[in-house]
Design a binder for this molecule. Structure first.
Ligand code: AAT
Length: 299
């Protein structure tokens, strides 16, 4: 550990640790679920850390939040009811609310302290809560989904932390079964699905569960997020931070995730423009490196 630097050390990525130089620690606390820290970094703006793992930085959050929201929502016509699990910082809400067809945005975040501190330190993310369509539920996403009447949502977005800690069940089969039940026929889910460089074993399990549960289409997409876990790539020789998403649809009107049918109306001058997402990157996100394609296609 280098003095004055934050190093992201976790059993999720043994033998490596990305580091950021710390200018100032802004908040440190312990909630009922996890340790929460916010610091000002020298190069990525403010950083939110839960149990030692980076969740969001101001500089690269767009690459994750825009993709996890618009990959599912731009793939179906007229999404109306959307559920977000996790995502307490509000960034995904901010993105969902760009869609004018959406009438109701429910969010279930387990940790009220995450919501409170993000409202204090990350106004550009927490702005998502200001949309009148948003209803916040503080509680476990697993329990929340079990209670949802069948066929309620057009889209479910699972913006969850890694499967060590409170998010563990969000990666397990029974959870995916309740997501499928909560969706209308032809509804879509997009879940945070870890890194092809580091977590192929986790991704394999998620893919094979999803192929059993979701009778529409099942796809894996990915994006680059510099501050998410990385691995020195033998091919590119760079350190790359990547994260993936599982995108599935239920039986019903078919969904072709690779060809978006619902562009975002970017005419709302009250909102900051999109920084990362566009139609081309949407389709490109489903192109996988051969080593990952081979495993995912075989499941
Ligand atoms: N948009 C920020 C990115 C995140 S935040 C993940 C959120 O999921 C956290 O606020 C956490 O408190 C919440 N969470 C964890 N478990 C549950 C649960 N069971 N129910 C509801 N919310 C939950 C994700 C960053 C990914 C990092 C990759 N290394």
């Amino acid at each position: 550990v280098i003095p004055g630097w934050f190093s992201e050390i976790s059993p999720m990525w043994p033998g490596e640790a990305h580091s950021l130089k710390v200018e100032k620690i802004l908040f440190q606390g312990k909630s009922d679920y996890q340790n929460i820290m916010i610091f000002q970094s020298s190069t990525y703006g403010k950083v939110l850390v839960l149990d030692g793992v980076i969740q969001v930085t101001e500089r690269d959050e767009c690459a994750y939040q825009e993709m996890i929201a618009h990959l599912p929502l731009c793939s179906i016509p007229n999404p109306k009811k959307v559920l977000v699990i996790g995502g307490g910082d509000g960034g995904v809400l901010r993105e969902v609310s760009r869609h004018s067809s959406v009438e109701q945005i429910d969010i279930c975040e387990i940790d009220g302290m995450v919501v409170d501190v993000c409202k204090q330190f990350f106004p550009d993310l927490a702005v998502g809560y200001e949309d009148p369509r948003v209803n916040l539920h503080v509680g476990d996403g697993v329990a929340f989904l079990k209670a949802v009447p069948e066929g309620t949502y057009d889209a479910v977005i699972v913006d969850s932390s890694d499967p060590i800690g409170p998010a563990q069940e969000l990666f397990e089969k029974p959870f995916f079964e309740s997501v499928a039940k909560a969706l209308r026929p032809g509804g879509v889910v997009c879940t945070q699905a870890e890194s092809i460089w580091l977590h192929m074993h986790i991704i394999e399990d998620i893919v094979s569960n999803c192929r059993q549960i979701f009778k529409g289409s099942v796809n894996y997409a990915w994006t680059t997020v510099p501050t998410y876990p990385r691995q020195a790539s033998l091919i590119t020789k760079f350190q790359i931070g990547v994260i993936g998403f599982m995108l599935c649809s239920t039986a019903g009107p078919p969904v072709d995730f690779k060809h978006p049918v619902n562009p975002i109306d970017d005419d709302d001058s009250q909102k900051a423009p999109l920084k990362f997402y566009n139609k081309q990157i949407h389709s490109a996100a489903f192109c996988l490196p051969s080593f990952a394609k081979k495993v995912i296609d075989s499941k």
